[in-house]
Design a protein. Sequence first.
Length: 388
Amino acid sequence: MSEQFKFAKRTNWNLTPNRLSEALAAHRAAGKPLLDLTVSNPTECGFEYDSSAILDALSSPAALLYEPNSKGLESARRAVAGYYADRKEEVSAEDIFLTTSTSEAYSYVFRTLCNPGDELLIPSPSYPLFDFLADIQDVSLVRYPLLYDHGWQIDFRALEQAITPRTRGVIVVHPNNPTGHYVKHAEIAKLNSICSAQEMAIIADEVFLDFALDGSRAASFATNTGALTFTLSGLSKISGLPQMKAAWLIVSGPQPWKAEALARLEVIADTYLSVNAPVQLAIPKFLEQRRAFQKQVVLRVRRNLAELDRQLAAQKASSRLVTEGGWCAVLRVPAMSSDEDLAIGLLTEQGVSVHPGHFYEFPSDGYLVVSLIEPEGILAEGVRRLFQ
Ligand SMILES: Cc1ncc(COP(=O)(O)O)c(C=O)c1O
């Protein structure tokens, strides 16, 4: 027997925990109190859920029947189409695929678009899960920078320079996590013209679409027809129900590309048939839950942001970047040490956990990311210790 079993190269990840995770594990193991400003799990933030409506929704007698449908049960897809109709956006249930998560939806799209080694452009800074998703699907990620100048925007010069003959699409996160900015109309037009000319797709992640701070309603990519477009969203953020594993993928764009994409995706989805019946049957009711949930989240985020700003106003060293939506704030802090050292210091000396900017691929040190969905007292005390 050889020492080393031969695993697939795509799984050759460096799995040693980084210094911050080690410090966090040690902090927890020692039973020390922690003010966690990184929480993203809404079920742990003290929001009120209608427990009986949620649990009742899972016990439909129709779940005793197996009705395989590659796109997912029509009743559930109609409810998703209804969610867009409520936003005054017309999406056909026929263009929707149900998946267990947006991560799974990404994998369907990557598999539909990319041969091994093909490239997808992703925003930087952004959400760190993409690297693993891409590795698992043998896709290479190429970053395009977002520029900050009183707000975020796509650096189109850099984006266009990043395109190679192997580029199959551009990922946008609308609004982006953690920068909290929406893709603007002019940017959508430009993305459409670049992508349609080069036969590339747009992949739009809209899990935070409904969480605009000013209550405005940003248009979804789900009705975008200027380029082949895959729009991803789901209940983990929209209704605060990540444990239910219910998400979706919508195809739009010019015919015949759209028809071809639907047909190919149907084979992938039919191979897995991954969403279970009780959850599919519950989707209409789970979507209903979003109204009460989103009200609470937006109120919490606004209050936490106001508290953060109040404390920022009392000092000069740090500031906050402009945000339009989503669940976090980005702080610009003095780059006296690496962001990782800063985060470790805050943990060990103040008992506060924050995400260092490099976790989201910020281009330099001097950025910390804090969640805005934790209970207000925790945010207020955590931030007070940050600025001590
Ligand atoms: C931008 C973004 N997309 C997708 C996800 C994951 O969503 P899901 O639970 O549906 O896989 C997250 C989770 O934080 C996210 O921040």
